[in-house]
Write a protein that binds this ligand. Structure first.
Ligand code: 13P
Ligand code: SF4
Length: 367
């Protein structure tokens, strides 16, 4: 069944009564259910979630932290994952059979993860092997489907997140001469560039035309980047940087490595979600920052650090729309469903896929 067919099923659509409820009533009910279920319930929340949801999270983190936390938690029977689909899949892979992972809104996907499917990946691998033989190791950003993680796992590769991408790319080069990095070309390019790979040693695989975009001798290629991107982080531009530089000359610019190479290159600093948070937390009072990452997080940092001047690098930025789909009504609906003994939006990765995907995840988590 396709994801659209799944979503169309009425059991995946928020019942009308939740749309009519007052915020206060929903918050009280969530508090009651959390109290009632105690340790049987665990709510991990990504930093990009709305404040209304984050207030109920038992753990808040970036994608690496949430994967680590999920792997450690053996007590919770119900894991209500406030993040996006690939994160809930990862949690399901890393938890036991007795634990159930629920995504409050099935429409909370990730447009970047959707830019690589398993059929495209297998086709690409075949074509690239014809060009490069057995010289490549696949690495996939965790922002990818479980099927792609499984592909990477069975081909000796690993997952990466933005907070360990440097270590994982270094590790990959100890295994093989070349890397296929998917699905985010920008994280792959920025990381490899930092590690000394020249831009003209990186080719781009276009999964739509099934072509390698590269000018030059193939023997020079060290990194093959999948032509995918984050539609949120790609919205930070060189123009935004020029504007900040001319308007606020003392302001520091810090961005997520999912931004383009040009934007990262012109910024003062770049790093994962966790890195950005720690940089702002550790900054001197009175310092000024333009941040290039998701808007729910930037707004939270603005609120938490009134002693610093913080703006979004792009003043017209909006939150990650798919992350934003998890809201108070969907969270309450998931919890009510658990209490009533229903199924809810369960994320279940099939056993064979999970067995291979865990290889890729463990190669990352055990480092
Ligand atoms: P982090 O790995 O920094 O949590 O990023 C996840 C993500 O989806 C960023 O867009
Ligand atoms: Fe995906 Fe980008 Fe949203 Fe992260 S911010 S979940 S990469 S669309």
């Amino acid at each position: 069944m396709s994801i659209m067919e799944i979503i169309k099923q009425s059991s995946f659509t928020l019942p009308e009564k939740y749309r009519e409820m007052e915020t206060k009533e929903m918050e009280e009910r969530i508090r009651e259910i959390k109290h009632q279920l105690g340790e049987a319930l665990f709510i991990p929340g990504h930093h990009y979630q709305r404040d209304e949801v984050v207030q109920f999270a038992d753990a808040i983190g970036d994608s690496l932290q949430l994967a680590q936390i999920s792997a450690k938690n053996k007590r919770a029977k119900h894991i209500v994952f406030c993040g996006v689909h690939f994160m809930a899949e990862t949690a399901d892979i890393l938890t036991t059979k007795e634990q159930t992972v629920i995504l409050p809104d099935m429409r909370a996907g990730c447009s970047m993860a959707d830019m690589a499917d398993i059929y495209q990946t297998e086709t690409a691998w075949k074509e690239l092997q014809a060009l490069f033989g057995d010289t490549m190791l696949p690495l996939t950003y965790v922002n990818s489907t479980a099927a792609i993680k499984a592909f990477v796992g069975r081909n000796g590769g690993a997952t990466v997140t933005s907070s360990n991408a440097h270590a994982m790319v270094k590790w990959a080069f100890e295994q093989k001469e070349r890397i296929l990095f998917l699905p985010d070309q920008h994280l792959g390019r920025n990381t490899a560039f930092d590690l000394g790979v020249e831009l003209d040693e990186m080719a781009v695989w276009n999964p739509i035309s099934n072509e390698l975009e590269y000018e030059g001798s193939l023997s020079r290629v060290k990194v093959i980047l999948w032509k995918g991107h984050c539609s949120v982080h790609e919205n930070f531009t060189v123009k935004n940087i020029e504007y900040v530089r001319s308007t606020y000359p003392d302001m520091k610019i810090i961005v997520h490595p999912e931004c383009t190479r040009e934007v990262v290159g012109l910024s003062d600093d770049n790093g994962s979600t966790k890195y950005i948070i720690e940089a702002i937390e550790g900054a001197e009072p009175g310092t000024a920052w333009a941040i290039g990452t998701e808007m729910n997080l930037v707004n939270r940092l603005i609120q938490q650090h009134p002693d610093k001047q913080i703006i979004s690098l792009n003043p017209n930025m909006c939150p990650c729309l798919t992350m934003n789909r998890i809201d108070l009504p969907h969270l309450l609906w998931s919890l009510d469903t658990i209490v009533e003994g229903g199924e809810g939006n369960i994320i279940k990765v099939d056993e064979q896929t999970a067995r291979e995907a865990v290889l890729a995840l463990e190669r990352m988590l055990n480092r």
